[in-house]
Design a binder for this molecule. Structure first.
Ligand code: CA
Length: 764
């Protein structure tokens, strides 16, 4: 056997007690440029370098593309057009409420194609809490460091040529006011991509550290020297500084969705007199505090970088929408009704992606944030009549399912109960029985009435079979939640509908399949055909979306051996693509082919839990091998480091859980399926101060298999962990090996049962 040099890199031991210098804090291991080498037709993540705190309201990012291009930072481009405040969750959703700052020197140019500067990645530095780039064209450097709602900028000019900062408030209605006596610019930007009421505004304020030598406003049509105020479709401002003797210009910026006064409050509250380095240190501390809740040792240096990059990306979304008023109470502008409300509100996430692993990760590590997110869900229902599915910042028409049900149920079963559960359950009952409004098919249910009467969504609705499967899972979550609230009647109805997945399984072909109103199966059938009754996938991908009743799915597929063979079929069927109703190769298809794992398409969400399903059929060694393969082959801490869209933390949260050694296949239950731990040791610091340690003895790149395990010193022979076992604290020890152990945790009694049957003990 080839001998592997397995480096045990001990990095950053301890939270505040770790000595810097000797070890590197995890914030330095995270790479915000991961996933930025993407274009619309091929995604290596479709990310941008988000310079921000965890769960921020505002994010800061350089951009290389025209402002209207939502693929706005492309790693292979060579010119930067500005540093923008952004809120974009995904290029497919687009940005809103953005404005940008850009230094220029020597001559004043304001339009983004003229002010754009050459830059090189060698003179670019990106960390979650800090970004710096030299703008070669202007011989100037820009640096930025964030707070939740504000940022500090530093502009360094290399010579005494005229030094400018240009503000671009962008199109769709903007306003700027220059206050030279206060060295300030205030204004409003109103750009958005839908999902907001007419009174939506982003009020910004920026204060420079010295007087303006000159100033003016601009529109794309021209510059107005000396003018201090301008409003219009697309306006901006510029200021010039005297830099002789001091070429470093400081600036602090904040914004608010509430009012100019609140923007000033956010600036004073989050930055005040703190200088650049102080703000940067606080931002580093915030990230290290969060990242320090997951401490790993061993593995390769690349794996450690990938891990902390994944932790960073897991916690960038959802964005806080609330701000803190003069009495230190949370208040927010609601994108659902255009009113100001007290309380918490989060946005910029698609639950279709994030219910799977991102929200379960928050429920484990930051339950205090999850509680606020749940309060925001209930508030969104009260203000708009529907629970959100994809918000940015209001309801957006994107993707399928009612996965707020999953978020609420998963939070509840993990002890997060500080929200209005009665209203939450009322919302589930309403949404499950209400046809989606024509303006937004992602809320309520397309085909709700037919689904309630006949148990599936017929193919006259788009993506009908995918919707049936996800509604059935969401009905399971609602049943869990209703039982917890003591509402047995509601629970019984939801529990009944959670079986509806069986109505779209065709035993003749052995796959989930489209079905019309008369009950006829959709013809012709090709399991490699994308679209039609499925969403961004084919029957190979969607047949497994029965998170809540895997034993039931195993029975449909003919038992353990046949089920495992079918799982093998996903990996061993060549990655051929029938483009189906898409008519052309969409990027998810291209990425599946490139990943070269057969029909397994880790680049998109529907199938990401599949490697863990072998556990339910008594073949856990296949889970261990596949999970390890995905972690090491498809994730890297580099600009091309993802195998498809990252999607607001989901792709990263999959990695975080998998690297720890377990994964929440069915959110809404308390079980985590065992995979293959990546590191020699991972310490989870739980919110109450306890620790849960996962140790993997004799681990290595060619030793992904589990030989045996102990939990707190006693033999551990289950293929799943419970939430309680983790939160109790303790140590799970795996003994790793290079060959499968066909005997460990393979018996039926060592597997999780059907979560649905646990709610529904009567025989079928
Ligand atoms: Ca996706």
């Amino acid at each position: 056997m080839k001998k592997i040099c397995w480096l045990a890199l001990v990095l950053w031991v301890g939270g505040n007690g770790g000595s810097r210098g000797a070890t590197r804090p995890p914030v330095y291991l995270a790479n915000p440029l991961q996933g930025t080498d993407s274009v619309g037709s091929y995604s290596h993540g479709n990310t941008y370098p988000a310079i921000a705190l965890p769960f921020p309201m505002n994010v800061w990012a350089p951009y290389t593309q025209p402002q209207r291009d939502s693929f706005f930072y492309q790693y292979r481009q060579t010119r930067i057009r500005g540093i923008r405040q952004t809120h974009q969750p995904s290029p497919w959703i687009g940005d809103y409420a953005n404005f940008a700052l850009m230094p220029v020197s020597g001559r004043l140019v304001v339009r983004e194609d003229e002010r754009a500067s050459d830059f090189r990645h060698e003179s670019e530095e990106a960390q979650p809490s800090y970004y710096r780039v030299r703008l070669d064209t202007w011989q100037a450097t820009v640096e930025v460091t964030p707070t939740e709602r504000a940022a500090r900028f530093r502009f360094t000019y290399e010579n005494d040529a005229a030094a400018y900062v240009v503000l671009d408030a962008f199109a769709q209605g903007s306003r700027v006011t220059i206050l030279p006596e206060a060295s300030k610019i205030i204004g409003v930007c109103r750009n958005n991509n839908g999902g907001v009421p007419g009174n939506f505004s982003n009020y910004f304020v920026m204060e420079f550290d010295r007087p303006f030598a000159a100033f003016g406003t601009w529109t794309p049509g021209g510059v107005h020297e000396g003018q201090s105020q301008l409003a219009g479709e697309h306006v901006g401002a510029f200021v010039r500084f005297e830099t002789q003797g001091n070429r470093v210009v400081g600036c602090k910026v904040a914004s608010s969705y509430l009012s100019p006064e609140q923007a000033e409050r956010n600036l004073a509250r989050e930055i005040g007199d703190a200088d650049f380095d102080t703000v940067r240190r606080r931002a580093e501390d915030a990230w290290n505090g969060l990242m320090g809740r997951l401490q790993v040792t061993g593995g390769t240096e690349e794996a450690q970088r990938t891990f902390y990059s994944a932790v960073y990306r897991s916690f960038l979304f959802p964005h806080r929408l609330h701000e803190w008023d003069a009495q230190e109470r949370p208040v927010y502008f609601s994108p659902y009704d255009g009113q100001v409300h007290a309380g918490f509100m989060y946005t910029d996430t698609g639950f279709w992606d994030t219910f799977r692993a991102a929200h379960p990760l928050y429920n484990l590590l930051v339950p205090e944030v999850s509680g606020e997110i749940m309060q925001g869900l209930v508030a969104a229902y009260e203000q708009s009549g529907f629970l959100p599915s994809w918000s940015s910042p209001g309801h957006r028409d994107c993707m399928i399912g009612n996965h707020a049900f999953s978020l609420l149920a998963d939070a509840w079963v993990k002890g997060i109960t500080n929200f209005d559960a009665r209203t939450a359950l009322d919302a589930m009952v309403h949404d499950a029985n209400t046809q989606a409004p024509s303006r937004c098919h992602s809320i309520g249910r397309d085909g709700a009435e037919f689904y309630q009467q006949h148990g599936y969504v017929p193919t006259r609705q788009r993506e009908a079979t995918a919707k049936t499967l996800e509604f059935a899972y969401d009905d399971f979550c609602a049943a869990v939640f209703a039982l917890a609230q003591g509402r047995a009647n509601d629970a019984a109805g939801f529990r009944h509908n959670a079986m509806n997945y069986t109505n779209v399984f065709d035993p003749q072909v052995g796959f989930m399949r489209g079905r019309d109103e008369a009950g006829n199966w959709r013809e012709p059938f090709d399991p490699t055909e994308w679209g039609g009754p499925f969403t961004e996938g084919n029957a190979w991908h969607w047949t497994w979306s029965v998170f809540h009743d895997v034993p039931g799915l195993i029975r449909l597929l003919g038992g353990d051996a046949a089920f495992a063979d079918k799982l093998d079929g996903v990996f061993y069927t060549p990655p051929v693509v029938n483009v189906g109703s898409y008519g052309t190769m969409i990027h998810e298809m291209t990425e599946m082919v490139a990943a070269n794992m057969g029909q397994y398409a880790h680049g998109n969400q529907p199938i990401q839990h599949l490697p863990y399903l072998y556990n339910y059929a008594g073949q856990p060694w296949k889970t261990q091998a596949r999970v390890r393969e995905v972690m090491t082959r498809l994730y890297h801490p580099t600009p091309d480091g993802f195998c498809g869209d990252e999607d607001t933390g989901q792709m990263s949260a999959w990695y975080v859980f998998s690297a720890l050694g377990f994964y929440p296949v069915c959110p809404g239950t308390t079980e985590y399926l065992i995979g293959s731990p990546l590191f020699d040791r991972a310490t989870i610091r739980l919110p109450d101060g306890r620790q849960f340690v996962v140790t993997a003895n004799r681990n290595g790149p060619l030793r992904p298999y589990i030989e045996s395990a102990t939990l707190n010193g006693a033999a551990f022979e289950k293929i799943y962990l419970t939430h309680k076992q983790i939160t109790a604290g303790g140590e799970l020890v795996f003994n790793m090996t290079s060959a499968p152990n066909y005997k460990w945790a393979v018996e039926p009694g060592q597997r999780p049962g059907s979560a649905l049957e646990a709610l529904h003990p009567a025989p079928r």
